[in-house]
Structures are given as structure tokens and as C-alpha cells.
Design a protein around this ligand. Structure first.
Ligand code: AMP
Ligand code: ZN
Ligand code: FE
Ligand code: FE
Length: 281
């Protein structure tokens, strides 16, 4: 069984509709795929229909943007109740703050490059979780840079003079919210240092104490040393490890199934969850 537990559609900053992500996963020969858009479950319904059509297993998930003392942490949540009021309230707060944050970034950028917030919104699907990749797409459309990667390298990296942050829950709070909603929490790319500053191990320990279930050890932004560190830490804290592609369609080079998760780990996720079931073909 080939299982990829981390992908994005245009409901956040991927480039394909949710149904197409699922179709692409089936075409790539995956047996199970998780849709984990940033801060929203708006793609779940379309993904479900596509999973049935294409005969592939679907794990409905989310990637929650968190911040710990200003340091970004991404938390994957699997199989939670999408209508859980406490979790929804946090996600809505964060998603709405992303709009004013994108406007702030664009305002700073517009002093040096031709770009407007309207042009950024044109690159995002209606209702999508707005992020820096959409600003990157607008910079590409204007011919300022030629790829998303270049936009991040030149203008949008964390720590850039044009950067601004948005409201995001503390990761320990987010772990509790995912669990309370019947979901299973896995810390995404915990040691991906090239994205910006990393939280200290004691934050991960606090997340584990709050009910974190796993670490995404196998991810392209990890060096072999990072993978070893994640595996060792998971053993010490009693967590499982996952592997996934973090596929963003044409928005990133990541290929579906480039990292995968063991079937035994998916079984554990399935057993622990009580929000929604895994959809099996
Ligand atoms: P945001 O959520 O708005 O802070 O933007 C973070 C998103 O940008 C993450 O989903 C990353 O996958 C994406 N991202 C980060 N660096 C790059 C890059 N160099 N090229 C393309 N996408 C990136
Ligand atoms: Zn993303
Ligand atoms: Fe992430
Ligand atoms: Fe992601």
C-alpha cells in the first residue's frame, strides 16, 4: 500500500481543484491520499466524490498554521469533525487575519514592485485560504519573477523586509483542539530549517504532552540528519512517524508519493480518530 498523507488543492495554495488532486493521486498509483489544505476543510466534499469515482482511499485532513513565540509551526490534523465549533472558530480567526496580512505584505511590496492586492486575490480560488504563494503567483503573472520559488527567495521568505505574519494559534492549543474534535494530530515537517526558525525541542515535548500523535519525519525539506532526529525524538516521546509529499500541484516541485507512510501508521490513525472515517474504496 502506498499512502501519502499531505497534499494541497486550490482551496488553499495548491494549483488543482480538490477532485483533481485525488485523481492525480490515483493516477500516480497511490492507494490512499490525504487532502490537507491550510486552515480549511472546504475541499473535503469534492475530494470525497473524486475518491469514490477513482477508487482510491481518502483521509480527510487539514494543515493548521500555528505560531509559538512568533515561530511558525504546521500541524496536520486527520479525520476530525469539520463542524467542531472551537476548532472552526480558531481557523476562521486565522483565515480572516491572513487577508489583512496579505494586504500588509502587498503594501510593503508595492513600494518597490508593481503589485496590488486585487491582483493577488485574482490568483486565488474564491474562498481559498490566502497565503504567500498567491502573492508569489501575482508576482509571476506580473513578470517580476518567473516562479513561486524565486518569489519566495527574493521577496516572500520569512524575515524578508516585506514579510508580515498573521494570527495563528499556539501549537499546544491546536493539538488540544484537533483531539477534542476527534482528530489525530501530526506535526508537519518539524525540522525543515530552510523555511525559517524552528521551535526548540521543548515545544514538541509540550505538544506531545498535549496529545500529539506523530511527527512527519519523511519530507523533502528534511536532510537525512533531520529525518534521523525526528525518528529518534518520535521514539523517545512515543510518537509514530509519517512520510508525505506536501504536493502543491504545479506550485512546487513535490511529486505525489515521493515520501509515504506505513500502513500500520495509517491503521493507528484510523483507530485513534473519532471525527470522520477513512474513506476506503
Ligand atoms: P503562508 O501560509 O502564507 O505563510 O505561506 C506558506 C506556504 O508557502 C507553505 O504552504 C509553503 O508550502 C509555501 N512555500 C514556502 N516556501 C516556498 C517556496 N520556496 N516555493 C513555493 N512555495 C513555498
Ligand atoms: Zn502550502
Ligand atoms: Fe507546511
Ligand atoms: Fe503543506
Amino acid at each position: 500500500m502506498r499512502i501519502d498523507l499531505h497534499t494541497h488543492s486550490y482551496v488553499s495554495d495548491g494549483t488543482q481543484p480538490p477532485g483533481d488532486v485525488v485523481a492525480s493521486a490515483a493516477q500516480a498509483g497511490l492507494d490512499v491520499v490525504a487532502l490537507t489544505d491550510h486552515d480549511t476543510t472546504a475541499g473535503w466534499e469534492e475530494a470525497t466524490a473524486a475518491a469514490v469515482r477513482h477508487g482510491i482511499g481518502l483521509v480527510r485532513g487539514i494543515e493548521i498554521s500555528c505560531a509559538s513565540d512568533g515561530i511558525s509551526v504546521h500541524l496536520l490534523g486527520y479525520l476530525h469533525d469539520p463542524a467542531d465549533a472551537a476548532l472552526l472558530a480558531e481557523l476562521e480567526r486565522s483565515r480572516s487575519s491572513r487577508h489583512t496580512r496579505a494586504e500588509r505584505i502587498v503594501r510593503k511590496l508595492s513600494a518597490d514592485v508593481p503589485i496590488t492586492y486585487e491582483e493577488v486575490l485574482e490568483t486565488a480560488a474564491p474562498g481559498a485560504t490566502v497565503g504567500r504563494p498567491h502573492i508569489a503567483d501575482a508576482l509571476v503573472a506580473k513578470g517580476v519573477v518567473s516562479t513561486r520559488d524565486d518569489a519566495f527567495a527574493d521577496y516572500l521568505y520569512t524575515g524578508s523586509p516585506y514579510h508580515a505574519s498573521h494570527y495563528a494559534p499556539d501549537p499546544v492549543t491546536a493539538v488540544r483542539l484537533v483531539n477534542a474534535a476527534g482528530g489525530v494530530a501530526v506535526m508537519a515537517h518539524p525540522f525543515a530549517g530552510r523555511r525559517g526558525r524552528l521551535v526548540d525541542d521543548d515545544v514538541i515535548e509540550a505538544m506531545a504532552a498535549a496529545g500529539l500523535a506523530g511527527l512527519e519525519a519523511h519530507h523533502r525539506d528534511h536532510t537525512p540528519e533531520d529525518v534521523a532526529h525526528a525518528e529518534q525524538m518520535a521514539r523517545r516521546l512515543g510518537l509514530f512517524v509519517t512520510g508525505s509529499s506536501d504536493y502543491h500541484g504545479a506550485g512546487k516541485v513535490n511529486v505525489l508519493g515521493e515520501n509515504t507512510t506505513a500502513p500500520s501508521v495509517l491503521r493507528e490513525i484510523e483507530e485513534r480518530a473519532s471525527g470522520v472515517p477513512v474513506l476506503w474504496p
